[in-house]
Design a protein around this ligand. Structure first.
Ligand SMILES: *Cc1c(COP(=O)(O)O)cnc(C)c1O
Length: 361
């Protein structure tokens, strides 16, 4: 079997780009996994070979986040969206409360679910300016059970650069910037991420939770929605999403092999600087987000003259660029510079923007 692919510069917001070598190894494992002459897709998740995958996939998250055995790592189905419900269900006491910061579409969806579970206070929001900045300097109620924040807002292109100092446990949706930069993971009681943005393929969601945050709700818990049940089952209470977990493991190993978080943070900064500098320099474009809060993962920009979009679109498509159309809530363009996107792809986009200015500026 030969698989050939032509070079595409993939700026997709999600599911997003994965390293080529990961895709090749994942493809091979579909035919012959671990020299078993069986596909990874047709063996028991209880087999020794797969248990090793699960153990490694759980351990490497703790290694990359530099946390100890007071944390547990789970891989669950249902996307990050199921975590919008599981977080309050597992952490908000009956008659307790939770504090949320609203920084965009995903945070709003998290708030909607939490309100169904219990007393949910939105303590800060950037909705007044179509979520183009990160609220700062807000008061965190000391009597709430937890604070929920979203580290990177995939749709609006903002990112928390300095996490708030909190008197209560902090929960963070890191779906679109997990492992893109150094964070002090010990400051968080729970981190979750749908894998398909920056960690692996769609189908599994990573949850890393501090054990002592659990078991306090007073609620009678449904098994499948109970983190403690999944922890007890070694993240295999039921059949886990075996293939997405395996490909996530390969992607994390790729990250580690190449130099880990320190390496990728530097590269991601280089990529973001390259494109933001061009957005600011080029007379035909402008960025949509307050500069201090600009995301290094999802870079949103618009044309000064939207009527020129068809011409710009032709130029970048001809250059082999894919996936930079903006989300319908923002319009214009969004380039997602996830970990696996090489610097060269950003350079191609920048060259296209320069060429466009030369022709039409
Ligand atoms: C994509 C995304 C989600 C939703 O993820 P699903 O896996 O589709 O449920 C949640 N939060 C953020 C920050 C996202 O980028």
């Amino acid at each position: 079997m030969t698989i050939t692919t032509t070079k595409v510069h993939n700026f997709s917001a999600g599911p997003g780009i994965l390293p080529q070598e990961v895709l090749k190894e994942a493809a091979a494992s579909c035919l012959n996994f671990d020299n078993l002459n069986l596909s990874l897709l047709e063996i028991s998740h209880r087999s020794k070979n797969y248990e090793k995958v699960m153990d490694e996939a759980r351990a490497i998250v703790k290694e990359l986040f530099e946390v100890g055995d007071d944390y547990e790592v789970l891989y669950l189905g249902g996307g990050a969206s199921l975590q919008f419900a599981m977080v309050p269900y597992n952490l908000m006491r009956e008659n307790g409360s939770a504090a949320y910061v609203n920084t965009g579409v995903w945070a709003s969806k998290a708030i909607k679910e939490a309100k169904i579970i219990g007393n949910t206070k939105v303590i800060a929001s950037s909705e007044d300016k179509n979520f183009n900045y990160i609220p700062k300097g807000y008061d965190i109620p000391g009597d709430a059970d937890y604070l929920h924040i979203t580290s990177n807002n995939t749709i609006f292109g903002t990112q928390i650069k300095q996490f708030p100092k909190s008197p209560i446990p902090v929960v963070c949706d890191m779906s679109s910037d997990i492992f893109s930069r150094k964070v002090n993971a010990k400051d968080f009681a729970l981190i979750y991420a749908g894998a398909q943005k920056n960690m692996g393929p769609a189908g599994s969601t990573m949850v890393m939770v501090k054990k002592d945050a659990l078991g306090k709700t007073g609620r009678k818990m449904l098994s499948m929605l109970d983190y403690q049940v999944h922890i007890k089952g070694g993240s295999m209470y039921n059949t886990p999403p075996v293939f997405p977990i395996y490909v996530s493991l390969l992607t994390m190993k790729w990250l580690k092999k190449n130099g880990g978080i320190a390496w990728i943070e530097k590269l991601n900064q280089q990529k973001a600087d390259l494109l933001y500098n061009e957005i600011d320099r080029n007379s035909l474009f402008y960025g949509t987000v307050e500069k201090a809060d600009r995301s290094n993962m999802n870079l949103c920009f618009l044309l000064n003259k939207p009527e020129l979009e068809p011409e710009f679109d032709k130029l970048w498509k001809d250059a082999g660029i894919s996936g930079i159309r903006g989300h319908r809530d923002v319009g214009g363009y969004r380039a997602s510079l996830y970990n696996a996107l090489p610097l060269e792809s950003v350079q191609v986009l920048v060259d296209v923007m320069k060429e466009f200015e030369k022709r039409l500026g």
